[in-house]
Structures are given as structure tokens and as C-alpha cells.
Design a protein around this ligand. Structure first.
Ligand code: JD8
Length: 396
């Protein structure tokens, strides 16, 4: 790949000679040239700016030097104008640009570049106007540096182990999971046990859960919400976040009151849980919440987690299948059951759940979904256990 950068502050791009892009240049993966725009001025003051037509504060960059510069270095290239009014720069855009042979960054200053330069550039090559983010910088150089780093590290043969690119933030649309290294205990803070377990499946599940939770808390916009299909279309489905705990606690009590009525005298853990228990559960399970887009009301939830106690090969424990009483009977419970099965690690062998011995409606729904009663399995008092072999398809 070849990268040309045109700027009135070429020293600003010195970092391109360092670390990452420096290595890529040494590896012959990348050619970089930085050009001072003023070399394409014709007056002895090397003027690159003038007052804006229509008045207003600041100065605008003159078209002539830019026209000369781009004609000299950008014919046939992808010409990137970094500008606050450009398309948002994302990992997807980085992946796109990493496939181009020749990128030219036009870094503006002052109030921006005369608009006719962008139009003229489109006669020389492919023009992209890209913004680094919704904040105002004083020029386009920082954006050119950031975009170059994000693109160059994707060049085939650049990253020692391409595998690590797959794992990255945004690579799967999620934020990074928390990372740790030695010592295992620092300032009284311990590394999560699961990471010391050597059980790579539990570690993978934990990391996925952490990435989803972080994304739900910090960047819910990155999460697919609706259209998870199968009976949940039109509903907003997201990983649960601590802020959901109150509504979850309330829905749980409403739903398990019904279970108590169906199982008189049975101790129902869900009814004994406190709000803090519910909040803590969000950290220990993979939890999805369902909201009505119109009202935003939390109307359903379900959770799952990997359990290696009974079968070391791992079973996916399913629980807290909840549907607001006024919305029951519409297949939402069945859809939540399908959803939570799909959240299980791909190689898990068995799905497990339990319900009240007197909860005949639930049992019917679970059996229709392919679960089988397991009188041979240890069940909580007054409850029954049902299991289903993972990957077992069920006709609807
Ligand atoms: C190019 C001139 C400064 C911008 C008046 C401040 C990108 N994400 C981003 N924020 N800001 C820029 C950016 C700012 C630039 C130029 C990029 C050229 N300025 C101007 C308009 C308001 N001054 C950017 N990418």
C-alpha cells in the first residue's frame, strides 16, 4: 500500500515513521510520503489561505495549491479528506480502506478547504470525506494519523498473528472484555477465578458475557436490538445491564407469584431473592431483557450460564424465563427459550432447566420445545428438571 499525506504541518505526521507504520514500511508492506502543501504555492509568501467568501470568522484554504498538490500525487488514488463533516470513521471503513492500493490524505486547517477542491479531486480519484468523531479538532492531521494506524495494522502480513485481529474490539461488533496479567493478586484485587481455571470454554463464555455486558452498558448502540426473529420481532432485545435490575426484580415477583399459585407450599427461590440478588445475578449469568419499543416497558427476560458440575462437558443452565403476565400466551416464552438456547457456547451438549411440579403450562411449553422430563435428575423441592440435547431441532 502507498500512502501520501498533504499538510501545511508535515512534521505533525512524523509519527508515521515510528512504531507501527514504521515497521510496516520496513516490512515493505507500506510506502509513506508526507508532502508540505506550500511547495505547490507560487507566491513568495507561500500563501495557502484567504478570507471566506460570504464573510465570517477565520480563513479558508485556497484551491490552487491543493489542485496542484492532488494533481501531482493523487491521480487514481483514494483521496481522503479528513473533516468534521465527513462520514464517521469505523472499523468497517478501516477494513474497506485497507484493501485500497493508494491512499492520499488531504489534511485541512483553518476553517477548512475551498469546496471546489473536493469536487476537483473527484476527477482525479475516488474521494472519501471522513470524520474521526463528533468533536472539533484544529486540523485534519490527527485524523489522518489515526486512520492510517487503523488501516495499516489490517494489512495482510502486518500483524504477527492475524488471529488476534479476529478477537478485537469492534471486530465482532462488541467492546473488549476485561484483560488481566500477572500478579494474580494486586493491591488486594484478584484476577477472576475463571481466568485461572484453564477451562477455555468457560473462559470464552465469561469473556463473551463480559464483552456483551460492557457493550450493553457503554455502547448499547452497537448491539443488535430487534429482529432476533422467531416471535420476538418488533421487541427490543438486549443484554441486561445493572439499570434493568429494578424492573427485572418486579417482573420476577409478578411471574413467580403465578408459580406459587400453581405450586402452593413450595419454596420458590425467585420469590425469596432480593433486589441485590437480582443485580448480582446479572454478573453471573448471560441475561437478555425484552422491552416493548413503544413504551420501553420491560416485558420479558431469560438467562443462561454454563454449568460443568453435573457434566464436565458442560450443560447450559436456563432460568428465569419471564413474560409479563398481560403478554403471556402469545409465544413470547417459547421465543425466549429459543433465544437463550442460541446463546449457549456452540459445543455445549445439553440444555437444562427446572420448573414447578405443578407448573403444567410451563412443562407443556418446554416439552413442545423439545425438553424432556428428567425424574432421574436431582430437582429442587417441589420442582421438576427437564433437559434437551443441544442442536436437537424441533418442528414448530
Ligand atoms: C479537518 C480544519 C478545523 C473545523 C472550524 C475548527 C476530522 N473529527 C474531527 N474533528 N475535527 C476535524 C477536522 C477539523 C478541521 C479540519 C478535520 C480542517 N479544521 C475547523 C471546522 C470548524 N475549525 C475532524 N477528521
Amino acid at each position: 500500500m502507498r500512502i501520501d499525506v498533504v499538510s501545511i504541518f508535515p512534521d505533525y505526521l512524523a509519527p508515521l515513521g515510528l512504531s507501527l507504520t514504521g515497521k510496516a514500511r520496513d516490512k515493505g508492506l507500506l510506502d509513506v510520503a508526507v508532502h508540505d502543501l506550500r511547495q505547490w504555492t507560487t507566491d513568495r509568501h507561500h500563501t495557502v489561505d484567504d478570507t471566506p467568501y460570504g464573510g465570517g470568522a477565520g480563513m479558508v484554504m485556497k484551491p490552487e495549491p491543493w489542485g496542484q498538490a492532488l494533481e501531482a500525487v493523487a491521480r487514481g488514488a483514494t483521496i481522503v479528506f479528513t473533516t468534521p463533516s465527513g462520514e464517521p470513521f469505523t472499523q468497517q471503513v478501516a477494513e474497506e480502506l485497507s484493501g485500497h492500493q493508494h491512499l492520499v490524505f488531504a489534511c485541512g486547517r483553518y476553517e477548512g478547504i475551498d469546496q471546489r477542491v473536493i469536487e476537483h479531486a473527484a476527477t482525479l480519484g475516488t474521494v472519501r470525506e471522513i470524520s474521526l468523531g463528533d468533536y472539533v479538532l484544529n486540523g485534519g492531521e490527527v485524523a489522518a494519523l489515526a486512520i492510517t494506524e487503523a488501516v495499516v495494522r489490517l494489512l495482510p502480513g502486518f500483524m504477527g498473528n492475524a488471529e488476534s485481529l479476529v478477537e478485537e474490539s469492534h471486530a465482532d461488533g462488541l467492546l473488549e472484555y476485561p484483560v488481566y496479567t500477572k500478579p494474580a493478586s494486586w493491591q488486594g484485587r484478584d484476577v477472576p477465578d475463571v481466568l485461572l481455571s484453564g477451562d477455555h470454554r468457560r473462559i470464552a463464555t465469561w469473556r463473551r458475557e463480559q464483552a456483551e455486558r460492557r457493550t450493553a452498558e457503554r455502547r448499547p448502540d452497537l448491539l443488535p436490538t430487534t429482529g432476533v426473529g422467531r416471535g420476538l420481532d418488533g421487541f427490543d432485545v438486549r443484554p441486561a445491564v445493572p439499570a434493568d435490575a429494578g424492573e427485572l426484580y418486579t417482573l420476577q415477583r409478578a411471574c413467580w407469584l403465578q408459580e406459587l399459585q400453581a405450586n402452593p407450599g413450595v419454596v420458590i427461590p425467585a420469590l425469596d431473592e432480593s433486589l441485590d440478588d437480582v443485580r448480582r445475578g446479572l454478573g453471573e449469568w448471560t441475561v437478555r431483557v425484552v422491552r416493548e419499543p413503544s413504551s420501553g416497558r420491560l416485558v420479558g427476560a431469560v438467562r443462561g450460564r454454563l454449568d460443568t458440575h453435573v457434566d464436565p462437558a458442560g450443560e447450559w443452565d436456563i432460568g428465569r424465563v419471564m413474560v409479563a403476565p398481560d403478554l403471556q400466551g402469545r409465544g413470547l416464552g417459547r421465543a425466549l427459550l429459543e433465544l437463550v438456547q442460541d446463546l449457549a457456547p456452540p459445543d455445549v451438549a445439553t440444555y437444562v432447566l427446572f420448573t414447578g411440579a405443578g407448573s403444567l403450562d410451563n412443562q407443556r411449553m418446554y416439552k413442545k420445545a423439545g425438553f424432556r422430563m428428567r425424574p432421574d435428575r436431582q430437582a429442587p423441592p417441589g420442582a421438576v428438571v427437564l433437559t434437551k440435547r443441544a442442536g436437537q431441532r424441533i418442528s414448530r
